[in-house]
Design a protein around this ligand. Structure first.
Ligand code: AMP
Length: 557
């Protein structure tokens, strides 16, 4: 029997791109997907015949089949949002499971053995519900998320791996759909998250949408007047323009039916993006004030997330902090690397044993109480930025002697009224009657993965009621997990993405590049034939063509 040492695997499940990394020979490496790329677009498309296309293969389908293609679904994890793709509807969790499943199979092909335990990064600002959905997505993909690590924490880990000196990092992470600011302090091998703040509805996507609105404004058209496909074209043109700028302005080139180019100079862009840029300020100042730090007490500013490449975004951060940022490590890849480092720490790899990490609970958790005549007032138990694991207890009283039960309603958020916070769960506790006003102790314990446990004790009798709010995600039964698994298993991989077919296609393309004249024309014919055979999606036809071709190519000089 071959024994394989449990590999330390980290996954960055990104809004726009995802990546999987492994810790090997004292370093974190990104694992390439079947296309040879180490970033896989988090895009899912379902073709005719329930064929699943994902990653690069799904990117172009955003244009050709927009109604069967989904992207940015990570933003809606835990919401009621459903995506109709092909014949079925999918939850954002199921779509994330498909992304994770594809990363898993890429890693297994690359490593040559199966994987199960992984560390997955999540935005620091993700709430309890969203974290549960990430774990569920992993489970549906046949993985076990043994640890969830906050994305900025992962980035800081990657930066401080070989750090000798004490430092305070401000990790500025602007991804496709989320914004996180985290203050991390590194001291003699211990990394401590001091504060975390963010906006989980702000990302590079908003900057692209602002630009789409500006272009539509110039065209004098409303969004509602465009078909999904037309809107997709404008969107892609804006996204391209934003990514490939030279200088301070940019040009949006609209092809096809429009055939027009719109130029925007620096001052126009500042106007277009003013509101989105302003939204960066609040989490920055909140993280600083929660950590009781002045901007000049931060040693380093680290940029993470593709959207932090945008110059206006960097200028805003640099101006607010009064220092320049670092991005030696690729902002798109650093989180996956940090997650793999964390996985190595868990497995006590000797090279990273030194690095210990502490994290914080990024939001306040509490219960609903009555204050005098007012009901529905929030009473915090674990305040935001408490170092985790943490456990706190608060004592409450029943309202009158005849009360038969007390309902502990758990909320997450920072607002005075519970109705403005996020409802997490309820716990109904029966009270003994006729024994006077009852006191109850409510204990919240928050673990390192961001999971909450609630213990309620009746002070008089010592009777204990417990609820673990994690483990089985709220409202998700074994039955519905099985249904999800079956639905996902029905999807078939497009033959074009199967590894042997990709390998042949790559080989032919390489030979095409290398040859000239008649030989080149011959290879061109084979490439075209192979494309047609793949389009048939008939495994027998494909396999027999591939075998013939492979035989022919062994004789090719
Ligand atoms: P992520 O989820 O970290 O992959 O974030 C991707 C986001 O970064 C998308 O919204 C992109 O529009 C944005 N992005 C990537 N590269 C650039 C760039 N060079 N300039 C501006 N935005 C970028």
């Amino acid at each position: 029997m071959t024994v394989v040492r449990t590999p330390a695997i980290g996954i960055d499940l990104g809004t726009t791109n995802s990546a999987i990394a492994v810790w090997q020979e004292d370093k974190a490496y990104l694992i390439p997907n079947a296309h040879g790329e180490d970033l896989t677009p988090s895009i899912i498309s379902i073709g005719e015949d329930d064929t699943l296309l994902m990653g690069q293969a799904a990117v172009t389908r955003q244009l050709t089949h927009p109604s069967n293609t989904a992207s940015h679904f990570k933003r809606f994890l835990g919401s009621e949002r459903r995506y109709r793709l092909g014949r079925e509807q999918y939850t954002p969790t199921e779509l994330c499971a498909l992304v994770l499943g594809s990363l898993k199979s890429d890693a297994e092909t690359w490593l040559g053995h199966g994987i199960r335990e992984v560390v997955i990064s999540v935005p620091a600002y993700f709430g309890d519900q969203q974290r549960k959905q990430v774990r569920l997505a992993a489970e549906l993909a046949g993985l076990e998320a043994v640890r969830l690590i906050n994305e900025p924490t992962a980035a800081a880990m990657a930066y401080s791996l070989h750090e000798q000196h004490s430092r305070r990092f401000l990790v500025f992470d602007l991804g496709g759909g989320t914004f996180d600011v985290t203050l991390v302090e590194y001291q003699e091998g211990i990394m401590e998250v001091r504060a975390s703040a963010g906006d989980n509805r702000l990302g590079g996507e908003d900057f692209t949408q602002d630009l789409v609105d500006a272009v539509l404004g110039r065209l004098g058209i409303d969004r509602g007047e465009l078909t999904l496909s037309q809107l997709g074209q404008v969107y892609l043109a804006c996204e391209r323009a934003k990514r490939h700028r030279s200088g301070s302005g940019l040009e949006v080139v609209l092809g096809a039916e429009w055939n027009r180019t719109f130029g925007f100079v620096e001052s126009e862009l500042t106007d277009i993006w003013r509101e989105s840029l302003n939204r960066l300020r609040k989490p920055l100042s909140q993280a600083l004030s929660d950590a009781r730090l002045q901007p000049d007490e931060v040693d380093e500013l680290i940029f993470v997330g593709g959207a932090s490449r945008q110059s206006e975004v960097q200028q805003t951060a640099v101006r607010l902090l009064g220092r320049f940022g670092r991005h030696e490590l690729d902002p798109d890849r650093v989180v996956a690397m940090g997650a793999a480092i964390q996985a190595a720490c868990r497995l006590r790899d000797s090279a990273v044993e030194e690095l210990i990490m502490t994290d914080v609970c990024p939001f306040t958790l509490g219960v609903a109480v009555n204050q005098g005549d007012l009901s529905g007032v929030f009473s915090p138990i674990l305040e935001r930025n408490t170092v985790v694991p943490a456990s706190r207890v608060e004592r409450y009283q029943s309202r009158h002697e005849q009360q038969r039960a007390v309902c502990i309603s758990i909320y997450q958020g920072e607002r005075f009224w519970v109705r403005d916070n996020l409802h997490v769960d309820d716990l109904e506790i029966p009270l003994p009657t006729g024994k006077g006003i009852q006191e109850v102790d409510v204990r919240f314990s928050y673990d390192i993965n961001g999971m909450l446990e609630v213990d309620v004790t009746l002070v008089n009798s010592g009777e204990l009621f417990q609820k673990v709010i994690d483990r089985s995600p709220a409202g998700v039964t074994e039955e519905s997990k099985r249904e999800s698994r079956e639905r996902l298993a029905r999807l078939k991989q497009h033959p074009r993405d199967a590894l042997p077919n990709l390998t042949l296609s790559e080989r032919l393309q390489q030979l095409y590049e290398e040859s000239i004249g008649d030989e080149r024309r011959q290879i061109e014919q084979w490439l075209l034939q192979f494309e047609r055979v793949l389009a048939s999606q008939d495994p027998q036809v494909i396999n027999s063509f591939r075998q013939q071709m492979n035989k022919l190519l062994t004789q090719w000089h």
